[in-house]
Design a binder for this molecule. Sequence first.
Ligand code: FE
Ligand code: FE
Ligand code: ZN
Length: 286
Amino acid sequence: MFKIGCHLSSAGGYLAMGQTARSIGANVFQFFTRNPRGGAAKPMDRNDVRDFIAYANREGIGPILAHAPYTLNAAGAEARVREFAETTMADDLKRLELTPGALYNFHPGCHMGQGTDKGVELIASMLVRILSRLDAPPSTTILLETMAGKGTEVGRTFEELRAIIDAVEPKLPFPYRLGVCLDTCHVWDGGYDVADGLDDVIAEFDSVVGLDRLKAVHLNDSMNVRGSHKDRHACIGKGKIGVDALVRVINHPRLRDLPFYLETPNDLDGYRAEIAFLASRRAPVR
Ligand code: FE
Ligand code: FE
Ligand code: ZN
């Protein structure tokens, strides 16, 4: 089944997001766990969560993808910044246990001049501390997002994501596997040719990270040329990646069963149109 959806506002709660998703032809969605630029999270409304879970089961919606706030920087130079990241992620993971089986995506972080190796070390040690404090592995799968390499972002290369994974998993008190969310705009801006060399990019991801860790795709076009390190999303077919390439992404035999989340600059009508278009270009299983 084609799992396709988009980023939605969480202002109305979980059930409202599920209903909105359905109303635009989506069967998955992404949302911010809290204000993307701030810190405070609304208290969880347990009735809303219960109603949403029943609705999602009935309508076949999910997996839901929770996105950590942009301000979360595990690799920050200041202790205060790193502490905010740690407190926030720990709290997000606790809340997400109310919606079992969710995905939780975060931007690995910006090293702020400390260097990539130091960034990797700070990100990994935060994940180890957060997870080690739990009694059991969370039901949520934590996803590292592939980044465009803007500024001092860590996670532009598949090797950097691998380094984080390798510095976390052996140190945990229980078996747990981190996942990855591949953002088509970000990897393109980071230099990977998902337009003309998709097979090679997927093969490289598989050899460095392992395709079994790929749990979600952020489906975005890019305003900028490959390797620009800009991270400006464009609507499907309105950017430099192009519609044909993005249609190849949703139909690629090794990607097609993943959930796809649009983060294109759209209102709900725009998302509805993009979802309908992509569904119309979805090839039958061979
Ligand atoms: Fe993101
Ligand atoms: Fe993204
Ligand atoms: Zn982005």
